[in-house]
Design a binder for this molecule. Structure first.
Ligand code: ZN
Length: 192
């Protein structure tokens, strides 16, 4: 990447600047880097990046946000991750064997696929499914499938209602709502 231009902009505190550096290479790829020059803002702000979509193409955008706001959202994201991990660990202990047993009961791989595909439109196509199980083995595949994203689907399949699991899902969605609130705050308070 080669630097082909810079633009000076006023920093959030107004007493200094930050610089937008524009880079490109021989393959017409572009990149911008935001560099804080103001010593005060360098200590008190961090760069926040997010993607916006226009006609299906994603563009990376930047904002300077107060350090505390960044810490706040990182803390929540960490809490979400931790809760998800604990939940899936608990669920595996309780239900993974049952799930693998359930999947073993089908007469063929195709029958197993049909059962899952029928009740989960996001389940991969038959050819992708075959490719995966050829690669990793069917038991391993269904072990891996037992993830946070698929947990509600799996429990529904096994006809299990678990109050503890439901509570954890509720806690996680509350945290996600908080995360979204902070993201909204970031987009409205961020400086560019
Ligand atoms: Zn400044």
């Amino acid at each position: 990447m080669e630097l082909y231009g810079t633009e000076d902009k006023k920093c959030p505190c107004g007493k200094g600047i930050f610089q937008i550096e524009e880079y490109s290479d021989d393959w017409n790829r572009y990149e911008t880097r935001w560099v804080m020059m103001c010593p005060f803002c360098k200590v008190n702000y961090v760069l926040w990046s997010y993607v916006i979509y226009e006609k299906g193409i994603g563009f990376k955008n930047y904002l300077w946000i107060p350090k505390e706001l960044n810490q706040k959202i990182k803390k929540i994201q960490f809490a979400i991750l931790k809760k998800k991990k604990m939940l899936i660990r608990f669920a595996k202990k309780q239900y993974l064997d049952e799930w693998l047993q359930y999947m073993q009961n089908f007469k063929s791989k195709r029958a197993a696929w049909e059962d899952l595909r029928r009740s989960n439109i996001n389940f991969p196509s038959l050819s992708t499914f075959y490719k995966h199980i050829k690669h990793s083995g069917i038991e391993h595949y269904f072990q891996e499938f037992f993830s946070f994203e698929n947990l509600q689907f799996i429990l529904k399949k096994l006809k299990i209602r678990d109050v503890h699991v439901e509570n954890k899902f509720r806690e996680i969605s509350l945290l996600k709502k908080k995360e979204l609130d902070i993201e909204t705050q970031i987009l409205s308070q961020g400086f560019k």
